[in-house]
Design a protein around this ligand. Structure first.
Ligand code: HEC
Ligand code: HEC
Length: 361
C-alpha cells in the first residue's frame, strides 16, 4: 500500500501542529505502511565479528553477572520462551520485586528506544542497566570487571576481540553484538508483502484488512517491525498484583528517585515515559512494541496485565483505558475481532530462533 501524497501532506501537517501545540494526537499516520524484514543496523563503533558475538553469548548466559550468582540474562529472556520469561511481571533479585513485564529481545536491535519508557537508546547502553539494577541482577560493576578479568579464558577473549582488558563498556558491547543476532526469521507476512499470496490464510488476510483499516492498528504498529518507536498513553489498567505490594512500591519509588522525579515518595503507579521527559503528555505513556513473534510473547503490555490477545483486542476495541485521549472505540464485530486475532497469531511469527548454549568459562 502506498500513501497518496495528499495523505502524506495531512500527516506532516498534523504532526507539525501536534509539536506546535504540545498535543499527542494520533495523526493519520506517519508511515502507515507495512514492510518486509530489513537488514539489522550495525553501529560503526561496534562492528560484528564472530568472536565478539560468541563472547557476548557467553556473557549473556553467565551467572557471574548477578550479585548472588543465580541469574543471567536468559533467566528473564529465555530463548525457549521467545526471549521473555513468560510471566506478567518479570522475575527479580531475591527480596525485591520487579514492576514490569520482560519484553522479548527478538528484533530489539531495530528499536530506536529501548525499555518501555525509552530510557536507553542503544543496546550497548541498555545492557548495563539490568546488571546494576537493585531489583534485577544487583551486581556491582567494578566488582564484575575484576571478576571477569580473573577468568583466563575471558581475559584472552577480551584481548582478542577488543585488543585490551575487561571493562564494563566492552562487556556491554559484546552482549549487544550477540543481541544483534536475535533477529526475526521470515514470517508469513514478509512472504505475503513480497508477493506470495498464498502465505496468508483467508482469515489472516481478513485480519490484515482490519489491522490496516477499521482497527487502525497500523497507525502505531507500522513498518517492518510493526512498531513506530513512539510513546502513547493508552491508559492500560494497572496490574492488580502491583498495587499495595510494598516491594513493588519500593521499586517504583527507587526508579522515580533515580530519575529525579520530585514526587517520588508519592508514586503508586507506573509513570511511564514521564519519568524520563517530565513532560505531562508522557504521563503513563509507553513505547509501541513490535508485534513480531507476538503469538509467543504473552502476557502483554508493560505490566503483563493482559494474558491473551483476545484481551488486548477487546482493550483496543473499547478505545483503550478510561479517559484515553489517544484511542477511540472501534466497534469491531465478533468476526473482525476473530480474524484480527488469526492475523496476529499466524502472520507475524517465523521459525524459532535457536541459540546453541555456549560453555560458560
Ligand atoms: C530479572 C529479570 C531480568 C534480567 C535478569 C534481565 N532483564 Fe532485560 N529486561 C527485563 C525487564 C523487566 C525489562 C523491561 C524493563 C523496562 O522497560 O523498564 C527488560 C528489558 C530489556 C531490554 C529492552 C528491550 C526492549 O524492547 O526495549 C533489553 C535489550 C534487555 N532487557 C536485555 C537484557 C540483558 C542483555 C540482560 C543481561 C545483562 C538482561 N536483559 C537481564 C528483565 C530482565
Ligand atoms: C495509538 C497507538 C496504537 C494503536 C492505534 C494500537 N496500538 Fe497496540 N500498542 C501500542 C502501545 C503504546 C502498546 C504498549 C502499551 C503498554 O506497554 O502498556 C501497544 C501494545 C500492543 C500489544 C501488546 C504487545 C506486547 O508484546 O506486549 C498488542 C498485541 C497490540 N498493541 C496490538 C494492537 C492491535 C491489534 C491494534 C489495533 C486494534 C493496536 N495494537 C493499535 C500502541 C498502539
Amino acid at each position: 500500500m502506498t500513501m497518496s501524497s495528499w495523505s502524506k501532506t495531512v500527516a506532516v501537517l498534523c504532526s507539525t501542529l501536534a509539536v506546535l501545540f504540545g498535543l499527542a494526537p494520533v495523526c493519520p499516520s506517519h508511515a502507515a505502511e507495512l514492510a518486509p524484514l530489513q537488514a539489522v543496523p550495525i553501529p560503526a563503533n561496534n562492528p560484528q565479528t564472530p568472536a565478539k558475538i560468541e563472547l557476548g553469548k557467553k556473557l549473556f548466559f553467565d551467572r557471574r553477572l548477578s550479585g548472588d550468582g543465580t541469574m543471567n540474562c536468559a533467566t528473564c529472556h529465555n530463548p525457549e520462551l521467545a526471549f521473555t520469561d513468560g510471566l506478567d511481571i518479570s522475575l527479580s533479585y531475591p527480596t525485591t520485586k520487579n514492576w514490569r513485564n520482560s519484553p522479548t529481545l527478538i528484533d530489539a536491535a531495530f528499536r530506536k528506544y529501548l525499555f518501555y519508557d525509552g530510557r536507553a537508546k542503544t543496546l550497548e547502553e541498555q545492557a548495563l542497566f539490568p546488571m546494576m539494577s537493585a531489583f534485577e541482577m544487583n551486581k556491582n560493576l567494578d566488582y564484575l570487571e575484576e571478576q571477569v578479568q580473573l577468568v583466563p579464558e575471558y581475559r584472552a577473549e577480551f584481548r582478542k576481540v577488543f585488543g585490551g582488558e575487561v571493562t564494563r563498556e566492552r562487556i556491554a558491547m559484546a552482549i549487544a553484538a550477540f543481541e544483534r543476532t536475535l533477529i526475526s526469521k521470515v514470517t508469513p507476512l514478509d512472504r505475503f508483502l513480497k508477493g506470495d499470496e498464498s502465505a496468508l490464510s483467508e482469515d489472516a488476510k481478513k485480519g490484515l484488512v482490519v489491522f490496516k483499516g477499521k482497527g487502525k492498528c497500523i497507525e502505531c504498529h507500522d513498518g517492518a517491525d510493526l512498531a513506530d518507536d513512539r510513546f502513547y498513553a493508552l491508559n492500560v489498567p494497572e496490574n492488580p498484583k502491583l498495587l499495595d505490594d510494598p516491594r513493588v512500591t519500593t521499586t517504583m519509588r527507587f526508579v522515580a528517585k533515580v530519575y529525579h522525579y520530585d514526587g517520588y515518595r508519592n508514586v503508586r503507579e507506573d509513570p511511564g515515559r514521564y519519568l524520563i521527559t517530565k513532560d505531562a503528555k508522557d504521563w503513563k505513556a509507553f513505547r509501541t512494541p513490535s508485534l513480531r513473534y507476538v503469538s509467543k510473547t504473552a502476557p502483554y503490555m508493560h505490566n503483563g496485565v493482559f494474558g491473551t490477545l483476545d484481551e488486548v483486542i477487546e482493550f483496543f476495541d473499547r478505545g483503550g483505558g478510561p479517559g484515553s485521549k489517544v484511542l477511540k472505540p472501534l466497534g469491531l464485530t465478533p468476526e473482525e475481532k476473530r480474524s484480527l486475532k488469526v492475523f496476529l497469531n499466524e502472520a507475524l511469527t517465523g521459525e524459532d530462533i535457536v541459540v546453541k548454549m555456549p560453555e560458560v568459562p
